[in-house]
Design a protein around this ligand. Structure first.
Ligand code: SF4
Length: 403
């Protein structure tokens, strides 16, 4: 049965009006989808719209020669005919791009105007057990959005625009072998009751990648042929082109949400949170499973009230069919000294809420980096607080895990 209140209140995704200003200097939020229904391969695609070109106005493509010459590389270069192609030996440590301190001030511009094409040399699928059963080798690395807390820039250094891996066939072959070796999932777990879940977007955002090329589409389609597995990716961008891919329930989209006032300050260049929530029913109806990431939870004065308002909004506008299948991850903010220092140079206001040494402690992450997270007592109480808020305001939202 439909949640009538939800259906009445949820605005249509493709008619949403003006966007609110972003919280960082020189940054505008992600463009809204145009009015009218999404078009598939037979019609105009969102990624060819002026709105999409504002998110990615590519002027320079740093490309490994083999990547540029590959079929996927040629497609991408052809999509940005005005861009200068600069040959590079490796997609790692491109001089003047990665690790270049000068890029702190040009943070958003680098993300908008620069692409990197490379070939993935190693394919390793890692066990996870939280967000997904497995972390797949990603089809990209880096992002055109600019969330102030994002750990992705830490990997390559500074702005880290999108690097597209053009050898997608090798990635699909690797995944096919991995899935075949595993066989059926022996027992349910919190990741999924039946399917092995593979996170395909650990180091980027697959929805924005789909503005660049077809790697996301290839992955979504591939998982329709693997009945024991399911793809999953988190996103902060609503890309209506994904609605045409026919995922047949084998891809889980996790819309990341946070209170709007936090997002305006921290989620730079992303789709406004209300639009991400408004898109949920469209994605469900298009054949995706739709979950939510309540993340990152940033502790600041008034955070409980702000999250309560967000959860009440979700309860008000989401239709029953979305609620019935939804689940959520809750992730408290982790931050990092180096990123803090860089952010002070391009978006210092964000650091007023992200960097709270009196409430944070060092934490060594999986890859050996030293991050900071909320102190044990503070964090435990906050996790309980979020659980209580969900129980009070969105009791239909099953929490898969919280940490
Ligand atoms: S959308 Fe994700 S990958 Fe992109 S900047 Fe934000 S946190 Fe990073």
């Amino acid at each position: 049965m439909q949640d009538r209140r939800g259906d009445r209140d949820q605005p249509a995704l493709f008619g949403i009006g003006d966007l609110e200003p972003a919280g960082a200097p020189g940054a505008s939020p992600a463009p809204s989808a145009p009015s009218g229904p999404a078009s598939g391969p037979a019609g105009p695609m969102f990624r060819d719209s002026p709105a999409a070109r504002r998110m990615l106005a590519v002027r320079e493509i740093h490309a490994e020669p083999a990547a540029a010459a590959s079929p996927r590389g040629r497609e991408i270069v052809a999509r940005f005919p005005g861009a200068r192609v600069v040959p590079v030996d490796s997609h790692w440590r491109i001089p003047g791009l990665h690790g270049s301190e000068g890029n702190a001030e040009r943070w958003v511009r680098v993300k908008t105007e620069t692409l990197v094409l490379g070939e993935r040399k190693t394919f390793t699928t890692r066990p996870n057990g939280r967000s997904a059963d497995w972390i797949a080798p990603g089809p990209s690395n880096g992002c055109a959005m600019a969330c102030a807390y994002c750990y992705v820039p830490r990997r390559k250094g500074y702005a880290n625009p999108i690097t597209v891996f053009t050898n997608i066939d090798a990635l699909l072959a690797h995944l096919g072998r991995h899935i075949a070796r595993l066989g059926p999932k022996p027992e349910p777990n919190q990741c999924d009751p039946e399917a092995w879940v593979y996170d395909i977007g650990e180091n980027g955002d697959c929805s924005v990648d789909a503005l660049v090329g077809d790697n996301t589409a290839d992955l979504v389609r591939a998982f329709t042929h693997w009945p024991t597995a399911k793809a999953s990716f988190a996103t902060k961008f609503v890309n209506p082109d994904l609605l045409a891919l026919d995922p047949r329930g084998r891809t889980r989209v996790r819309f990341s949400v946070m209170p709007a006032e936090d997002a305006r300050l921290l989620d730079v260049r992303t789709t406004p949170v209300a639009e991400r929530i408004a898109a949920a029913a469209d994605f469900l109806d298009a054949g995706y499973e739709v979950h939510f990431n309540l993340s990152p939870v940033v502790l600041r004065p008034g955070w409980r009230q702000a999250w309560a308002d967000l959860l009440r909004h979700m309860d008000d506008v989401l239709p029953r069919r979305v609620k019935d299948q939804a689940a959520a991850e809750v992730i408290l903010l982790t931050h990092n000294r180096e990123l803090h220092d860089v952010n002070l140079r391009w978006h210092p206001r964000a650091e007023e809420v992200l960097w709270r040494p009196e409430e944070q402690q060092p934490k060594r992450s999986e890859n050996g980096a030293v991050n900071v997270r909320y102190r044990t007592g503070v964090k435990g109480e906050a996790v309980r607080g979020v659980r209580d808020l969900v129980a009070a305001h969105a009791p239909w939202l099953r929490i898969r895990y919280a940490f």
